[in-house]
Design a protein around this ligand. Structure first.
Ligand code: GDP
Ligand code: MG
Length: 166
């Protein structure tokens, strides 16, 4: 089994941290500054029965300038080139306008879209339910999976679910 998985989401939700967590090397550049990832970065995870090719993208956001425009296009193009889309949000900040902008972009995507709620190490478990309910109303996600990319919580479960869908 093998397939391409894109990781999209607004800047700073933890996309590059996730890639580094699963690949185990600092290949994607992580930073507190939004837009550190200027282009697509691929990371390949090979297990005995599956190969995941992850694509870390620049955060999708409403472009304010030419470079921003280019980076948003890079992220949007990948939507049509992959087998699975991971839409990552951040449990700390919850839902925002930036997320709605991305949800609008996902409406025409024919691929399975999984909602990944990251940074659960920073919130109380009770805070997750309202976020899940809100997003369920907005999009028919294939799966909704809370993780901590930084600490690794629930990441192996996510990989198992991804594997089932490859
Ligand atoms: P990206 O812009 O979506 O690629 O986000 P980054 O991976 O660069 O992460 C942005 C910031 O969030 C960095 O300071 C990360 O250390 C932090 N971060 C990412 N994932 C987690 C997480 O699961 N928990 C916590 N506490 N911080 C995280
Ligand atoms: Mg990044």
């Amino acid at each position: 089994k093998s397939g391409f998985i894109t990781i999209i989401g607004r800047p700073n939700v933890g996309k590059s941290t996730f890639l580094n967590q699963v690949i185990g090397q600092k290949i994607a550049i992580m930073s507190d500054k939004p837009q550190t990832t200027r282009n697509k970065i691929q990371g390949v995870l090979t297990q005995k029965d599956a190969q995941f090719i992850f694509i870390d993208t620049p955060g999708i956001h409403k472009p304010k300038h030419k470079l921003g425009d280019f980076m948003v296009n890079v992220a949007e193009q990948t939507l049509n080139e992959v087998d699975i889309v991971m839409f990552m949000i951040n449990a700390v900040e919850g839902y925002g306008r930036g997320d709605q902008y991305i949800l609008d972009r996902l409406q025409n995507v024919k691929k399975p879209v999984m909602l990944i709620i990251n940074k659960i190490d920073q919130v109380h478990p009770d805070e997750l339910l309202p976020i899940i309910d809100l997003y369920k109303d907005k999009y028919d996600f294939e799966e909704i999976i809370p993780i901590s990319a930084k600490e690794g919580n629930n990441v192996s479960h996510l990989l198992n679910v991804l594997k089932d869908k490859l």
